[in-house]
Design a protein around this ligand. Sequence first.
Ligand code: RB5
Length: 145
Amino acid sequence: MIAIGCDHAGVEMKKAIIEALSAKGFEFRDLGTDGEPCDYPDMAEKLCKEVLAGNCEKGILICGTGIGMSIAANKFKGIRAALCSDSFSTRFTRLHNNANVMCMGARTLGQGLACELAEIFLTTEFEGGRHQRRIDLISAIEAKN
Ligand code: RB5
């Protein structure tokens, strides 16, 4: 199950992603908003709690730029949120950073690209190995600060 949420800027992009990737077999828990104005930190909090509780394996957050969502989501211990706008970074944030939340900008990306990036994010596995040690170092920073 994949959690997906947006603020009012991201409603159409969220719908496009759900439609395109449901057709490929992915299941989504749609946390809103469906159009009513919504503050992106509230949506980031809602989604990150779903991921951290283990109800959803990963999350996708959309706002105007993706930046506000990524800043808010990265305040949660155990969340590694990546702002994604190209395929290389999207692939490598899974391979090397084991990102569990992707953030995208509805005002900066076309819907076709966003759907493609979401598919890359959801189908690329973490490489582990030396990269796990670096993830552990991030967790140690979280624990200390
Ligand atoms: C909302 O207008 C806008 O500020 C928000 O969607 C996002 O871009 C914030 O980072």
